[in-house]
Design a protein around this ligand. Sequence first.
Ligand SMILES: *[C@@H]1O[C@H](CO)[C@@H](O)[C@H](O)[C@H]1NC(C)=O
Ligand SMILES: *[C@@H]1O[C@H](CO)[C@@H](O)[C@H](O)[C@H]1NC(C)=O
Ligand SMILES: *[C@@H]1O[C@H](CO)[C@@H](O)[C@H](O)[C@H]1NC(C)=O
Ligand SMILES: *[C@@H]1O[C@H](CO)[C@@H](O)[C@H](O)[C@H]1NC(C)=O
Ligand SMILES: *[C@@H]1O[C@H](CO)[C@@H](O)[C@H](O)[C@H]1NC(C)=O
Ligand SMILES: *[C@@H]1O[C@H](CO)[C@@H](O)[C@H](O)[C@H]1NC(C)=O
Ligand SMILES: *[C@@H]1O[C@H](CO)[C@@H](O)[C@H](O)[C@H]1NC(C)=O
Length: 580
Amino acid sequence: MFLHRRATIVGLSALTLFSHHAQASVFTDILNAFKSSRDCNSCHGILIPALQAASNTDTDFVGNLTALCTVAKLADNDVCIGDFALAGPILAHSLRGMSSNGTTATKLCSAVFGLCQPPPVTPFTVPLPPPTFDSHAQPVPLYGIHQPFKVVHMSDVHVDRSYSAGADANCTKPICCRHFADEANPPREPAGAFGESRCDSPIDLAQSMLGAIRQVAGDARFAVLTGDVVAHDTWLANRSEVTVDLDSWNDEMLGGLPFKIYPALGNHDTSPVNSFPKTGTHSNITSQWVYDLEETGWQPWIGRAAGEQEDHTSGSYAIVVPETNLRVISINTMFWYRQNLWLYDTDTPIPDPNGILAFLAHQLQVAEGAGQRAWVIGHIPPGVSDFDHDSSNYYNQIVQRYKGTIAGQFFGHTHKDEFQIAYSDFSNRNAATADSIVWIAPSLTPTDGNPAFRVYDIDPDTFDVVDSKTYIALILGRDSYGPLISDGGLKPTDPLDAPFWHAVTEAFVANDTAFQLYNARKSRVNIGDVPACTGACKNQTICQNQAARSQDNCVSRLSFLVSHSHFRFPLHLPPSRESI
Ligand SMILES: *[C@@H]1O[C@H](CO)[C@@H](O)[C@H](O)[C@H]1NC(C)=O
Ligand SMILES: *[C@@H]1O[C@H](CO)[C@@H](O)[C@H](O)[C@H]1NC(C)=O
Ligand SMILES: *[C@@H]1O[C@H](CO)[C@@H](O)[C@H](O)[C@H]1NC(C)=O
Ligand SMILES: *[C@@H]1O[C@H](CO)[C@@H](O)[C@H](O)[C@H]1NC(C)=O
Ligand SMILES: *[C@@H]1O[C@H](CO)[C@@H](O)[C@H](O)[C@H]1NC(C)=O
Ligand SMILES: *[C@@H]1O[C@H](CO)[C@@H](O)[C@H](O)[C@H]1NC(C)=O
Ligand SMILES: *[C@@H]1O[C@H](CO)[C@@H](O)[C@H](O)[C@H]1NC(C)=O
């Protein structure tokens, strides 16, 4: 994410910043190429000297990138040095495997530099068996017969174990509130105990969430955690820090919540960030140590068999929730993530890296055969622009085949309180074609809005969502949580399924007041605390809600750049809300 943002700035501004620096080296060639980079063709042009630079040692390549970053002042020097020391060798590895003019290069130019549109989807038919069971032989579960049970959804906790109250909350690094070596003295804005909008979650904020969950949902059946436990200190987060972060949060959840937790991996839950090498990648950088670590770390909740499965399936596993007919399938989405730089090391398309699509399809097939319903949980929602278009298309083929079995999909990553809808026909999106719903939970980390978690009411027979409540902490009111929104009040007698949410998007088009309310609640703030979202912004937002397939999300190259620019919401809410 941060690498992406900085790299985008390179494409836009390096030309002026570098015009006075004449250095006779590959470095200069790359800079010269940047100077003329305006479009996709010129990005392919940049890759010619970049490929040449990557043909040297990793050390030289990292030196070149770091120099680019520091000379252009794309980030503080320590951030440039740390980020590129970690990510540089991966980028070099991929550049050595690609040609400068192929589809892989276009994908890299799209994902990292924002200079190309994503290429058209490479057609691929995911091999899927036809339905195996006689639908008349299976009892069809009925909705609304029995009392719902509660499920908690936590996401993107990003706990910063080096957060220091009193450290500067206003700095120029990706996260603040740590005593960095170059900290202003005295601090411009001393950090409070429970978090700040430019900082990740202090341990006290994370503990206060666990306490609030015990109060409002201590009787929940289970919880899901959709990834990103580690802080955004991408330039520092090495294997030992990530290990401590993952282990500590597992311990804190185990001690703090009296029910089972089904977790999924996030793109920050490894080191280097976003680094999930494909099986067979020739490198000494791996993420197998993360899978090994969570085999043990998640075992108190998922048990030994699913733990072993997680370890052998690159972080994915499935489990039938005890005493229910619900199969929870937890998938590692990072082999479909455009910021995973390992994905660009060949010109040959690989439709299913590490077999995650095959794993998902197999688990859904088993669920269908057993008459179970299934939830898919993961980190990166399938419709966002950073979800590779090819992978999202193939994923959606599986969703369409098994939509009768999938009762819901649960993701995080965006830090926003939102949703996406899948359709049987994306060229004809209406309530009749809406057929699967993606629930995207807001983050605990306060970097994109007030800290939050969700509690669902779940029908115990169909496993549909009956109601969804988001609880938020008022940062200014410190550790108090209050209910922000209950969707079920809108339509209490039917499940909150894909046709329901499609109707909500139609209401947004017709009723701008409702839309602006939703847009503010996405960040857990009040109308007025975010700019009104009108015109193209509104179209884009509604289009994204109507697109659980990334090729259909209306994100153009330009709007992609805008949506990824740094923007901090003010976090001012009146202290009048109901508190718990
Ligand atoms: C860039 O890499 C080249 C080797 O290709 C090396 O000679 C040069 O010193 C590097 N430049 C910087 C600024 O590190
Ligand atoms: C890419 O460039 C190589 C070498 O210049 C050439 O052989 C190849 O045909 C080109 N491929 C495409 C897709 O243009
Ligand atoms: C944060 O720091 C910047 C740079 O020193 C300064 O311009 C800005 O006013 C500070 N913001 C606050 C709220 O103190
Ligand atoms: C990992 O990072 C921590 C904190 O930045 C540091 O103290 C430690 O020395 C690093 N470990 C290694 C092996 O580099
Ligand atoms: C991989 O190898 C390089 C050089 O051979 C070394 O600098 C680096 O520390 C190694 N990384 C890991 C994770 O072992
Ligand atoms: C529009 O939405 C607002 C907010 O939900 C609601 O109060 C209002 O009644 C709606 N207007 C119409 C005409 O439905
Ligand atoms: C938004 O989309 C509608 C069609 O749904 C279109 O008529 C309108 O021109 C679009 N507005 C903008 C600002 O793109």
